[in-house]
Design a protein around this ligand. Structure first.
Ligand code: NAD
Ligand code: UGA
Length: 453
């Protein structure tokens, strides 16, 4: 069997590497138009940082895992074609700022229609609006040479930073397809791929639309939990309740559960905001403005939380941070990834720069040029108030305040007593992810505060 995956990003790369790793008899080729990305996948330094991924890729690469820019060649040769291209929020025209931009999905569908002369199974791996499969089916059906293809939906649920563990042991694999004999046969072919390592009872099959919609709904529910606990964090700050204690107390209820109740400076990442916005757009499109407004509030609270964190820093520092050095520890949207898409750190840095602070950022995995481009905009002139340090210690030296924005493990074990000694007094520390023991920090002299306490 030959598999091809179009899109060698955070999803296409790791998911295909895992299939190749677990199924040595299947030949897996991951293709992308981005030559630099493909070259990196073929090099010693992979384009994405993900714990455990190097070993998986290095075991399978060259054996039955290949990375290439020959998109058409890989499509022509494949039995199963995964589509794992990006589906960002539209920035123009109808639905701008809410709807998913499906230009890459459509372009791939047209290429497949042009190249596929033998029957293929096409698998939507990207997160897409419900009923996108219809678009792909229509494009294929309209092409005079295109072979008869089946379209399946197989959304991906991995989280960055834990992708290898999530792919090795997924809570479930979801496969949607047409409930026709040809559709059922295609579903069964894809089930057989995952069944190499995923127990059958965890492989769920549904109709196409349930599968497409379930992905958006799963992300919306996860994002909603974070906005719920973040909303409560503000009430905790006003009442001396401790948000971690509240989260622990409610999470013990088996109906609520303990996960995704960590108050934070706001969720980031390429998907939660994009997918909730897409859901609200779909609700409006289908004439459900009340449902759209409900989900939109998840985004509103998240935006508010990010601004609130920066505002709290300014307020604590006597309402002025002008010319004060503020160390921002962590820039990736969560630990164990180099991904900065929609990270709360961008908003925090921008707000502090607006207040004329001197912001010094450190992140263990994000390169300096990327931090600067994310905060100031690609190609924008440099701002001398924004610098990037080579270590946490360098960032903190002489800072009036430290803001921990990403919960990298290395920030838990810094020598805060030594750092405190080198800071102007009073020295402040703000824990946006609640990873430090604030009582201990207060004991050595910091004005320490965290989200919700
Ligand atoms: P990404 O931007 O990292 O990768 C997408 C890749 O597709 C890019 O390298 C791009 O060059 C390539 N591409 C675009 N058009 C192409 C074309 N016509 N031919 C060949 N290559 C093309 O995106 P990602 O983070 O991997 O996300 C991909 C999809 O998976 C999105 O729909 C996203 O919502 C979804 N998803 C992402 C995650 C995640 O953790 N990042 C998790 C689950 C689902
Ligand atoms: C999320 C989902 O968890 C995945 O299931 C999904 O496949 C993926 O989106 C996607 O569709 O892209 P990801 O964004 O990679 O995965 O990472 P998460 O662990 O979900 O974290 C997202 C953001 O929420 C991070 O900024 C994180 O710090 C924040 N978060 C998470 C909290 O603030 N509190 C929590 O309790 C959990």
């Amino acid at each position: 069997m030959k598999i091809c995956c179009i899109g060698a990003g955070y999803v296409g790369g790791p998911t295909m590497a895992m299939i190749a790793f677990k199924a040595p008899d299947i030949s897996v080729t991951v293709v992308d138009l981005n030559e630099k990305r493909i070259a990196a996948w073929n090099s010693e330094t992979l384009p994405i940082y993900e714990p455990g991924l190097d070993e998986v890729v290095k075991t399978a690469r060259g054996r039955n895992l290949f990375f290439s820019t020959d998109v058409k060649g890989a499509i022509a040769a494949a039995d199963i074609i995964f589509v794992s291209v990006n589906t960002p929020t539209k920035t123009y025209g109808v639905g701008a700022g809410r709807a998913a931009d499906l230009r890459y999905i459509e372009s791939v569908a047209r290429t497949i229609a042009e190249v596929a002369t033998s029957p293929k199974i096409i698998v939507e791996k990207s997160t897409i609006p419900v009923r996108t499969a219809t678009t792909i089916q229509e494009i294929l059906a309209a092409h005079p040479r295109a072979a008869k293809c089946q379209v399946l939906s197989n959304p991906e649920f991995l989280a960055e930073g834990t992708a290898v563990a999530d792919l090795t042991n997924p809570d479930r694999v979801l496969i949607g397809g047409e409930r026709t004999p040809e559709g059922e046969a295609a579903i069964e072919a894809l089930v057989a791929v995952y069944a190499r390592w995923v127990p059958r009872e965890r492989i769920i099959t549904t109709n196409l639309w349930s599968s497409e919609l379930s992905k958006l709904v799963a992300n919306a529910f996860l994002a909603q939990r974070i906005s719920s606990i973040n909303a409560i964090s503000a009430l905790c700050e006003a009442t001396e309740a401790d948000v971690d204690e509240v989260a622990n107390a409610i999470g013990k209820d088996s109906r609520i559960g303990p996960k995704f109740l960590k108050a934070s400076v706001g969720f980031g990442g390429s998907c939660f905001q994009k997918d909730v916005l897409n859901l609200t757009y779909l609700c409006e499109h289908f004439g459900l403005p009340e449902v759209a407004a409900y989900w939109e509030s998840v985004i509103k609270i998240n935006d508010w939380q990010k601004r609130r964190f920066a505002a709290n820093i300014v307020k604590a520092l006597y309402n002025t941070v002008a010319d004060k050095r503020i160390a921002v520890l962590g820039f990736a949207f969560k630990k164990d990834t180099n991904d900065t898409r929609e990270t709360a750190a961008i908003s925090v840095c921008r707000d502090l720069l607006t207040e004329q602070a001197n912001v010094v950022v450190y992140d263990p995995k994000v390169p300096a040029h990327e931090i600067v481009a994310d905060v100031l905009g690609k190609g924008a002139p440099a701002n001398p108030r924004l610098t990037v340090a080579a270590s946490a210690l360098e960032a903190c030296a002489g800072a009036h305040a430290i803001a921990i924005v990403t919960e990298w493990d290395e920030f838990k074990t810094l020598d805060y007593a030594a750092i405190f000694a080198g800071m102007p007094k009073p020295a402040f520390i703000f824990d946006g992810r609640n990873i430090l023991n604030l009582a201990q920090l207060r004991a050595i002299g910091f004005r320490a505060s965290g989200i919700g306490k």
